[in-house]
Design a protein. Structure first.
Length: 301
């Protein structure tokens, strides 16, 4: 019996499971506060990758066996602060349905008065409202509410038991990173859509075509393709992007943030990649990231 839906998921799941095991070992055996803090800081980048693959999993589950998916979601929830079916509610049947309407988008980048938020404000608002918006979607649709509540309670019980047994290691290695990664996830999504027109899928997203970034995030940089067909597995997004690139304006390509921008400073589609005429920037918005470099001279590293 094949447990994985796609073989490409095997290596990421193995890596994240081993990393989670290291978290558990550090929590259980390390008493030094400085070393616990060092470990927590070093875990930011790996857990950022877990956030991306947790997102992918809740679009298209990794395993064919439901129990294995629930176990994976407990691990992902403890690593990222986003529990089982939280992303399904907030993102898959929330944001993906509503992102072309900034009045209802669960990850909306506009304020209620229609003005655009800044990066910091957006991160705080989307992070702080994540669970209330998950709950709102769940109660509105009636779908996934039971599993969201049950698995959330299971995850919370595990975290509470860890805190009761070893309070300080649990706080540093588990609790604080869970909260931090929830807001990190919100921050990481800012440039996906901020400042874009909302008239179609092809102008509403930014794309990051950087090898390192897409390796760590599971091709999340191919964001137009992901919104165009959100059920497509992450490993197939580059091929889908190639099919629709001629409909995507040149200013829908942006540079990744630190550390990726240390090697790539030019913004725009790769040389030879077709793109649509016109602009994707909303009339009343500045671009979400600087776009000073020429699209014609774009290159990738």
């Amino acid at each position: 019996m094949q447990f994985f839906r796609y073989r490409e998921d095997r290596l990421p799941v193995l890596f994240f499971t081993l990393f989670f095991a290291c978290d558990v070992i550090v929590y259980a055996l390390v008493d030094s506060t400085p070393w616990l803090v060092v470990w927590a800081v070093l875990g930011i980048v790996p857990k950022g990758a877990v956030c991306a693959f947790n997102h992918h999993h809740q679009h298209l589950s990794v395993f064919r066996v439901p129990l294995l998916n629930r176990l994976l979601e407990v691990m992902y929830g403890i690593q990222t602060g986003i529990t089982s079916h939280g992303w399904v509610l907030h993102h898959s049947i929330g944001h993906h349905v509503n992102y072309l309407d900034q009045r209802t988008d669960e990850s909306r980048w506009r304020r209620d008065d229609g003005t655009p938020m800044g990066e910091g404000e957006y991160s705080l608002v989307v992070g702080a409202t994540a669970y209330p918006r998950m709950w709102k979607v769940a109660t509105r649709t009636g779908k996934y509410l039971r599993i969201f509540l049950v698995m959330g309670a299971v995850t919370l019980a595990i975290v509470a038991a860890a805190v009761a047994w070893r309070p300080l290691p649990a706080l540093i290695v588990i609790v604080v990173p869970m909260v931090a990664m929830l807001f990190y996830t919100a921050w990481a999504t800012f440039t996906h859509h901020a400042g874009k027109k909302t008239s179609s899928h092809f102008v509403a997203s930014n794309n990051i075509l950087h090898r390192g970034y897409n390796l760590v995030t599971g091709n999340l940089g191919y964001h137009t393709a992901h919104h165009y067909r959100p059920g497509v597995h992450w490993s197939r997004l580059p091929a889908l992007h190639d099919e629709i690139a001629h409909q995507i304006p040149a200013d829908c390509y942006v540079c990744p943030g630190i550390p990726w921008n240390l090697q790539q400073e030019v913004i725009g589609p790769p040389p030879g990649m077709p793109f649509a005429p016109g602009s994707s920037t909303a009339d009343d918005c500045e671009p979400a990231v600087p776009t000073a470099k020429s699209f014609a001279s774009a290159s990738l590293v």
